[in-house]
Design a protein around this ligand. Sequence first.
Ligand code: FES
Ligand code: FES
Length: 189
Amino acid sequence: MSENHVTDSSRMLHFILNGIAASFAVEPQETLLEVIRNRAYLTGTKKGCDLGECGACTVIMDGRAVNSCCIPALMAEGAEVITIEGIGTKERPHPLQQAFVDAGAIQCGFCTPGMILAAKALLDKNPSPSRGEIREAMSGNLCRCTGYTKIEEAVNMAAEAMRILKEKEQEDRAAQTAAGNAGEVCQNG
Ligand code: FES
Ligand code: FES
């Protein structure tokens, strides 16, 4: 992925965007949000206040939820950045995306990509957060529509779904290993 609008002052930015190596010529004053939206054309990341106060522009950078409107793009050099487009598709939504739909936690949807990424950063580190921990992790993400209860409910539902998925993956892996071992015993025997 690369896009070049080179000027005398532009510098090359190289980073990993949704798992793909990306390079863009960027201006020193450009923010990560501007690069994501205007150069990578990933418009799921929203521009709200542009002041670091609403969380609409949240992305995950090197495992942490950050306000991309406050990150100078060149600070993302070498970083791994995940946007809402990188976590699921319409056909195969991430458990958080599914839970937000199922819990009715989306109204206008403007805050939703940022909410989901803030929640993902939380669940990646803490698969079983308390209600208080969910509220704390989402406190930088403002929603004008939902009243937050359904959002907390959605994160809770997704946490449970992700734990079940993980357990199932572990069971499948254990079953495959056991089947492999049994096969070896049969061959050796
Ligand atoms: Fe970045 Fe509001 S647009 S925090
Ligand atoms: Fe509208 Fe949150 S759903 S701002």
